[in-house]
Design a protein around this ligand. Structure first.
Ligand code: TXA
Ligand code: MG
Length: 333
């Protein structure tokens, strides 16, 4: 059974020893907690799939502690990729490029490409550095659950099954990295995330939404981030929101509402998307412990970080809710 320990230098060293021996260590990043194993150890990586209950067709992101570590993973680079790395690493950007033969197939689910990112978190960086190898790490949740942004949430999902949980407090960004496939100098968005397309396009001229061959991120199954309470996405105008105040449903609102009621959960009092993203997963996990029958989530505009927020809400949802002739109507997916 895993100990949940503060991410002190001694415990990070202990984590590195466990990783080198083929164990599994959960650690904080700036996005969400990751569940790590040495990427070059197929046996250790196999255990990640096992403990998460994750299907083998869903490849893992490999985490590195310095840009130079990509040379052990990617077989080729591109000048525009170097510019992205220069600007956004360490940070919430995952780049997918052709892999070296030495990268185990289990990491990439047999795909010819490997996803890599350098996290902007001192604990993650020092753990990887002390381990001396790239660390394959999906989010540290059971498959199909909301990604954990706190060590206690990792423990709730996986405590019995991992070797160590390093507690580094709440993850600052709270939403996963943006995943971009690089193919022949073109850039395709595989998963919207904490780094917005608008920011990426300050460095590369265009990020395309899907590739011509429709290569999707295999992990992007339609329903993926599921809270255990049914979540319905509200489709309608602001003037209809007061009609929604069904007492047994929580209203998850990005920003403060004119009305105030026990069942309204506001994600950002400051009205900032960054704060909405940062609190989203933690609030969903909190609501799961409540006595509400379900959650009604109000949308944000699909711009900047709003794209990733709406992507996660859609994936978490069981359906939509509308107001028709003054009545609240739930429509399941
Ligand atoms: O912020 C994050 O990205 C977090 C932290 C721990 O770094 N990690 C994370 O990993 O969210 P995971 O496994 O939950 O999501 C990885 C995503 C999946 O959608 C997966 O399909 C995609 O990245 N992916 C990984 N390798 C890929 C590859 N070779 N080709 C295409 N997509 C890939
Ligand atoms: Mg995940």
């Amino acid at each position: 059974m895993a100990a949940i320990v503060p991410a002190s230098p001694e415990n990070i060293e202990r984590g590195a020893r466990i990783l080198k021996q083929g164990g599994l260590v959960a650690f904080p990043t700036e996005t969400v907690y990751g569940l790590g194993a040495v990427a070059f150890s197929p046996e250790a990586v196999a255990r990640i799939f096992e403990v998460k209950g994750r299907p083998r067709f869903d490849p893992l992101i490999v985490h590195i502690a310095s840009p130079e570590m990509v040379f052990s993973l990617w077989s080729k680079l591109h000048p525009k990729v170097e510019a992205l790395i220069e600007k956004f690493w360490p940070g919430p950007l995952t780049l997918v490029l052709p892999k070296k033969e030495t990268v185990p197939d289990i990491v990439t689910a047999g795909l010819p490409n490997v996803a890599v990112r350098m996290p902007a978190h001192p604990v993650a960086l020092s753990l990887i550095k002390m381990t001396g190898f790239p660390v394959a790490a999906p989010s540290a949740n059971r498959f199909g659950r909301v990604s954990p942004t706190k060590a206690e949430e990792v423990a709730r999902d996986l405590k019995e099954k991992v070797d160590l949980i390093l507690d580094g407090g709440k993850c600052e960004l709270g939403i996963e990295s943006t995943v971009v496939l690089v193919e022949e100098g073109r850039f395709f968005l595989l998963r919207p995330g904490a780094l917005s397309v608008e920011e990426l396009e300050t460095v590369v001229s265009k990020v395309e939404m899907t590739s011509p061959r429709r290569i999707l991120s295999p992990g992007m199954t339609k329903k993926h981030y599921a809270p255990t309470l049914p979540l319905y996405l509200f489709e309608g105008g602001a003037e209809e929101i007061p009609i929604l105040t069904l007492k047994d449903f929580a209203i998850l609102s990005p920003f403060p509402l004119p009305a105030d009621s026990q069942n309204i959960v506001v994600l950002s009092q400051k009205k900032e998307l960054k704060e909405v993203a940062g609190n989203l997963f933690a609030s969903l996990r909190e609501l799961e412990k409540s006595s509400f029958r379900g959650i009604i989530a109000l949308p944000v505009e699909e711009k900047g970080l709003g794209r990733a927020i709406m992507d996660r809400l859609r994936r978490a949802s069981s359906g939509v809710v509308r107001v028709e002739k003054g009545r609240v109507v739930f429509v399941d997916k």
